[in-house]
Design a protein around this ligand. Structure first.
Ligand code: G3I
Length: 378
């Protein structure tokens, strides 16, 4: 009788047990699929939405850096190697060697190159603006600017996908344009002239205006004014680069989103071109002339507090949530450096140990990288 009851019990519970087993197997299967589907790289996570780029200091990368670069990115920007002081140090003397190595590296690894930068007030040798010891007049500076653009763009034709033609020409203060030697020597039309010369030298290259803080309403309005003026005059311009040098806890998320939408509605491409999140307290801005003489010291010389890295991770993820939402408007998101040790923010606005990027100094993924990758799955 007892034996009979046992059998009965077993037979009654077996279907329920089998059902439980198959449900559990199903859930484990689904879970494992989700874990397996977690994107392993930035390229895998976002490559279908927009190009993912990074600034590199030169083509001299370690094998580990090259692997991280090729696994994660689809585009590179030479951080300094195409600037006028590097490429055209004296009138008529061009030095393309370092930048050529970058374009070769990019070609071997199927990365797009964004040329940075043709016309900028910084890292531009004085000879452009001097004539026999005196300030050169408009015609001479304009001629030099056109020659420079023509030589550089022609040299890289077919190797450079896009150019930051003019960088940081808009003023941070009440003025419309920044007080620079380009502006004072040539006049406001130096921007238009630069775009015209670049388009003539390579009609297939994408041409961009690039600047910082243009997500903020006043500078955004001036950027849109510039864009409209260029378009009214039928000047060829393909897009606007929002640099994206942001600071922990003050990332202007709403303004960034508004600016992406505003630029896109002008029917040009939108890029985030120099992304990093500074974690060391400082004043603000990204004007390279603005070095702090009394800096805030070097509070994280011995390491960055984990809590700070977590905050940075959450803020990076929130940015990528915006980029993902507006992926139809964004052409490229470029980080300004591969790892924390490579960032310009270790020496500007004063010397300090900074942690603004996605990999540690020994190329270990930071919480920020993991957060950005998981954001892609949401
Ligand atoms: O090449 C010299 C080298 O010969 C010398 O030994 C060394 C000593 O300090 O300096 C080297 O030049 C440095 C150069 O980077 C190359 O490493 C300059 O001092 C340094 O000022 C320069 O900084 C660059 C900065 O632009 C200059 O304005 C940063 O690396 C670069 O990341 C930064 O990039 C800019 C973008 O082009 C435009 N948007 C803002 C962004 C950050 O400032």
């Amino acid at each position: 009788m007892e034996q009979h009851n046992d059998d009965l019990l077993r037979n009654v519970h077996r279907p329920a047990f089998e059902c439980f087993l198959s449900c559990a197997t199903f859930f484990i299967f689904v879970l494992s699929r989700q874990i397996a589907a977690a994107p392993a790289s930035l390229k895998e996570a976002y490559g279908d939405m927009f190009d993912v780029g990074v600034a590199i200091p030169s083509a001299m990368l370690s094998e580990a850096e090259r692997l991280t670069l090729c696994t994660n990115f689809t585009a590179v920007t030479p951080e300094n190697g195409m600037k006028a002081d590097a490429i055209h140090p004296e009138e008529g003397r061009y030095d393309f060697a370092e930048a050529d190595e970058v374009t070769k590296l990019a070609e071997r690894n199927k990365l797009k190159v964004n040329g940075h930068v043709l016309v900028w007030h910084s890292q531009c040798p004085d000879w452009f603006f001097v004539d026999a010891g005196k300030p050169a007049g408009r015609d001479l500076v304009l001629k030099r600017m056109r020659e420079h653009i023509n030589a550089v763009v022609t040299h890289f034709r077919g190797k450079v996908f896009s150019w930051d033609v003019v960088n940081e020409a808009i003023a941070d203060d009440q003025a419309y344009l920044r007080d620079s030697k380009w502006l004072s020597s040539i006049g406001e039309d130096f921007i238009e002239e630069a775009f015209v010369a670049a388009h003539a030298a390579d009609p297939k290259a994408d041409l961009y205006y690039n600047d910082y803080n243009i997500e903020l309403p006043e500078k955004r309005a001036k950027t849109l004014r510039l864009l409209r003026e260029l378009k009214t005059r039928n000047v060829h311009i393909d897009g606007i680069g929002i640099q994206g040098h942001w600071i922990l806890d003050t990332v202007p998320f709403k303004e960034i989103e508004d600016t992406i939408v505003a630029i896109h509605s002008e029917k040009v491409k939108v890029m985030i071109t120099e992304l990093d999140i500074d974690v060391v307290p400082r004043r603000s801005g990204a004007d390279v002339r603005d070095r702090e003489t009394v800096g805030g010291g070097d509070p994280y010389a011995a390491g960055c507090p984990p809590e700070v890295l977590q905050r940075q991770a959450r803020q990076y993820a929130a940015l990528f949530a915006i980029f993902k939402k507006h992926a139809d408007k964004i052409e490229r998101v470029t980080f300004w450096g591969l790892d924390d040790g490579r960032s310009w923010l270790n020496s500007w606005p004063s010397e300090r140990t900074n942690y603004p990027l996605l990999w540690t100094r020994d190329l270990q993924p930071k919480p920020a990288l993991k957060a950005i990758l998981s954001e892609a799955q949401k």
